[in-house]
Design a protein around this ligand. Sequence first.
Ligand SMILES: Cc1cc2nc3c(=O)[nH]c(=O)nc-3n(C[C@H](O)[C@H](O)[C@H](O)COP(=O)(O)OP(=O)(O)OC[C@H]3O[C@@H](n4cnc5c(N)ncnc54)[C@H](O)[C@@H]3O)c2cc1C
Length: 558
Amino acid sequence: MQDETAEVAVLGGGVGGLTVAHELSERGLSVTVFEAADRLGGKAKSHTYKPTPDVALPAEHGFRYVPGFYRQLRDTLARIPREDGTTVADHLIGTEETLVASVTDSESLKRTQTPTSVDEWMAAIRPSVGDDQLNLREINYFQRRLLTFLTSGRLRRRDEFDQVTLWKFLDADNQSQAYRTYLAEVTQALVAMDPRRASARSICRIHVQLVLDQVHPDRSTESILDGPTSDVWIDPWVRHLRSQGVQFRTGTSVIAIETDGERITGVATGQSGEPVTADYYVAAVPAEVMTKLVSPELIRAAPTLEGVASLETAWMNGLQFYLTEDVPLSYGHQAYVDAPWGLTSISQSQFWTEGPFEFDDCCDAVEGVLSVNVADWETPGIVYGKPANACTPEEIKTEVWAQMAEHLNGEEERLTEDLIYDWALDPALTYDPDERQLTNRAPLLINTVGSFRHRPSADTDAPNLFLAADYVRTETDLATMESANEAGRRAARAILEDVGANHLPRVWDLSEPRVFEPIKRFDDTAFRLGLPHPGELEREVRGGLLPRANSLCGRLFR
Ligand SMILES: Cc1cc2nc3c(=O)[nH]c(=O)nc-3n(C[C@H](O)[C@H](O)[C@H](O)COP(=O)(O)OP(=O)(O)OC[C@H]3O[C@@H](n4cnc5c(N)ncnc54)[C@H](O)[C@@H]3O)c2cc1C
């Protein structure tokens, strides 16, 4: 029988922490969330920019998008009721196209809806960067490498392909500039990562999902919310959790996790170290915070936590331009393929028409918000010749605008300075003018080559400590809202199993086409025997000659 008196302390109120609170409170457990910030939602929360005391403009840490393959997050959104009788999932809107803008080439629109003609099918599955198409040999090569990945077994992916960078796996050094730009676009579309550092396993898995999203008739390729993230999703979520009895202690930092070397005995919170005890503890703080909380005693109790210190983060942060006129650009995202700072953007107002948000309620002068994500903070820009992490906020704004204008202002001047009413940089970034230094309080985990083995799973060897954040081992395996949600579900499952609950939260695997299953199983056996994948052999044969091995996989690659 389920122990309904169990008390759970959730440390951190981002997507991971709120997911645990959701799953456990729904099943009657008593949950308290301890959150360092004043507002819940972590990296997913919006913030408010107040240029004057009576104007409050909505801003995002970075714009949010929900690809079709996000099953766990979509399920959670569908279980959050809103006051108007809808659920948060009802407030997802499918985009229609991505504008791919280039400095060196003409721009193009990539459809983000299911192909309806042969031409659209070809466009959907062909790797391309704007109009600058990869040559046929490269397209062929790219697709064969993807086929190698799709036909490789679980073990090979984990022990071989996680040890290789995406750059090397796809042999980018020996391909054209268009091919390399395409790889950068593939990795930066979701995370702030250079393909030279990214794990081939992590990025190829997600790339396969994104391609499937594009062509699958039952999945929307990508969706976004119809208003600022906190208004539409996080605030209703917190309201719902409160109604289920969840207690929130915002503005309360966890400063230590205490242990007797076997179990967790309590946590210390706030500046004074106020002790908190519970039956179960769920650490839902980001990797760089967890690293500081992991003591040698804690590693004794939960040895898998030792790897957390080896995980790496990079910067990805948002910048909002508030415009006096709306500039829709495209009904979806924009990718600036030659921008040194890895820019992507979305023009928000066109999607905020049906939701709860009204521009007129907050500022008459603002008609549009161009929300920009900056994914590369280390490459010099075009105006000051400095990387973003060495710029002042004002320089960042000037530089980002210039890089976008360079891409968008061809025959038609779409971005002119007089459109800017105001702008706001992510408040997680603070600039010290004396030290001339920019600091980022919210870096993002990156799945670097070889990092899988350092990542702990949601349940640890300490019987009352669980983990729920985007660095935890999950099927999703990329630092996203989906992986944080999945980690939260896995942590909740482990606790619920321990209290004897029957009805456990659901966790979905990433699905790949069934046609490859027998070959993947074959490859698992081949891997155990120390044999290479035929796709790897093919690569080693100069001139692209195919191996003649008379095996199932060999035949596949002829
Ligand atoms: C700019 C940007 C854009 C992104 N866009 C997308 C996107 O479009 N789609 C997508 O799926 N993902 C996106 N992501 C990734 C996604 O936002 C994160 O992976 C996810 O939100 C992480 O959730 P989390 O709960 O693991 O961690 P976090 O969101 O970091 O939450 C951890 C919480 O712990 C709190 N905390 C920290 N220290 C303490 C402490 N000592 N005590 C108590 N609390 C503490 C923090 O304040 C925070 O609220 C984006 C990320 C960035 C940076």
